[in-house]
Design a protein around this ligand. Structure first.
Ligand code: CMC
Length: 428
């Protein structure tokens, strides 16, 4: 049996508190402080640098060693040998499916790919030039209005059907957001296609032409989806958990996750990284640009990570995928890729980046791959949202299924005015 271990916190007023130390299966121990508030003591950790917000069995990251596991399986193995829907099953259910379970899961997801016809009307309410992420936040949230019959979050069957619906419909909505922006007609899903293939079909096919997906490019998109599927308690996942902790319905929770993902420090980084490469424009400007980063005029987008202080393992896979895609498209001499390689070389040998432990993250390469696939920059974060939907649902489901979650309610260090009396307007 595990020995009870404790940490002792001693305050400068002489008070002393004993706190249990908890261990996981991997990763650092955590000190259980959840009873401290009862003693009138709060901890202060605004951006959660040192806070484990929950217990989870889904994803493990070791940022110093550069490791990422989904349910114990290394991301490199999943990216090489699995496919996105199998990874979805794994994240949601905890184990890899056997052949029968896999076929059944794929069939269920496929049977939910269409959206209610009323959903198509939402689109015309948006300006044509609306950012597709704005459309995603609105339309995914609006799904809550369509499934009143299955929104009892305490009913596991309701949670299952909501998970399948979201997994199946988010790509359809994403492709519709793209079509709406470009003014092209919506393409209904074609269920003979696989998940990534269908997404490409709905984004790129037109009723006028036959569309034949390129298997190398489909595989690259599938890999992007696998690499972005989950990443433990990041900003958007924590947002989903916090929204879900109040008992909000899953569609509303996922919509809040999409909103949190949009920011350039999170899911918006792939768009920002590609824009940055285009702004630099030429290999000859790399040194000057890197100097600007060191002078803190701007950040090198696609570099650095809160958790990884080593190479992001997803970045290594994405770098390889980048080569494969550019080769397939005969774009090996692609100017942006050459620029990215030079930027990477320069940054990785510069003491500023070495000292700050700043390595390329997955978004440094995913922007180049997405762009080579023909996906416009404003859709990059949308693709990330499609991929992360399964992570959000799995984390939300884990929290609700645990049965002992409470509403998330942080406290604060108040530094505002002390009590004062109201001053009538004439006397101000
Ligand atoms: N370029 C230049 N300097 C940086 C960068 C960067 N990309 N990232 C961090 N730093 C510096 C920062 O200036 C600070 O320096 P100093 O200590 O001298 O003041 C130090 O590193 C620590 O920065 P921080 O902001 O406290 O670190 P953080 O852990 O809060 O930030 C981050 C993590 C991802 C927000 C940040 O590295 C960043 O802004 N990167 C660029 C955006 C990006 O690529 N985001 C995608 C993350 S991967 C996709 C995902 O999982 O969402």
């Amino acid at each position: 049996m595990e020995k009870n271990r404790i940490a002792t916190l001693t305050m400068d007023d002489g008070r002393s508190v004993e706190l249990p130390i908890m261990s996981g299966t991997l990763g650092p121990d955590v000190i259980d402080i959840h009873n401290l508030g009862k003693l009138g003591i709060f901890t202060y950790d605004p951006a959660f640098f040192s806070t484990a917000s929950c217990t989870s069995e889904i994803t493990f990251i070791d940022g110093d060693a550069g490791l990422l596991y989904y349910r114990g399986y290394p991301i490199e193995q999943l990216a090489e040998q699995s496919d996105f829907l199998e990874v979805c099953y794994l994240l949601l259910n905890g184990e890899l499916p056997d052949a029968g379970q896999k076929a059944e899961f794929n069939r269920k997801v496929t049977s939910h790919t269409m959206v209610h016809d009323q959903i198509t009307r939402f689109f015309s309410g948006f300006r044509r030039d609306a950012h597709p992420m704005a459309v995603m936040v609105g339309v995914v949230g609006a799904l809550s209005a369509f499934y009143h019959d299955s929104l009892d979050i305490n009913n596991p069957e309701h949670r299952d059907i909501s998970a399948l619906r979201m997994l199946a419909k988010v790509p359809t909505i994403a492709a519709m957001a793209h079509k709406y922006y470009t003014g092209a007609p919506f393409m209904f899903p074609k269920n003979k296609f696989g998940y990534a293939e269908n997404l490409m079909y709905m984004m790129f096919a037109t009723p006028a032409e036959e569309y034949i997906p390129n298997p190398v490019l489909v595989r690259a998109l599938d890999r992007i989806l696998i690499l972005h599927a989950d990443h433990e308690q990041n900003a958007s996942t924590s947002t989903v958990r916090l929204a879900g902790s109040s008992g909000a319905n899953p569609f509303a929770c996922i919509s809040s996750g999409i909103a949190a993902l949009w920011g350039p420090a999170h899911g918006g980084a792939n768009e920002a990284a590609l824009n940055m490469l285009m702004e630099i424009g030429d290999v000859s400007r790399v040194k000057e640009y890197v100097q600007g980063v060191k002078d803190k005029k701007y950040r090198l987008m696609g570099f650095g990570h809160r958790v990884y202080k080593n190479m992001d393992p997803r970045a290594s896979v994405m770098r390889q995928t980048c080569h494969e895609v550019l080769k397939e498209l005969k774009l090996e001499n692609n100017k942006l890729f050459e620029l990215a390689m030079e930027l990477e070389r320069t940054a990785l040998s510069d003491p500023y980046f070495i000292d700050h432990k700043l390595y390329p993250n997955v978004d440094f390469y995913s922007g180049i791959v997405l762009s080579a696939l023909g996906i416009p920059t404003n859709m990059f974060t949308v693709i990330f949202a499609v991929a992360r939907t399964i992570g959000w649902i799995s984390q939300w489901n884990e929290m609700i299924a645990s049965g002992d979650h409470k509403i998330g309610r942080p406290r604060q260090l108040y530094r505002g005015a002390v009590k004062r009396d109201y001053v009538p307007e004439k006397k101000r």
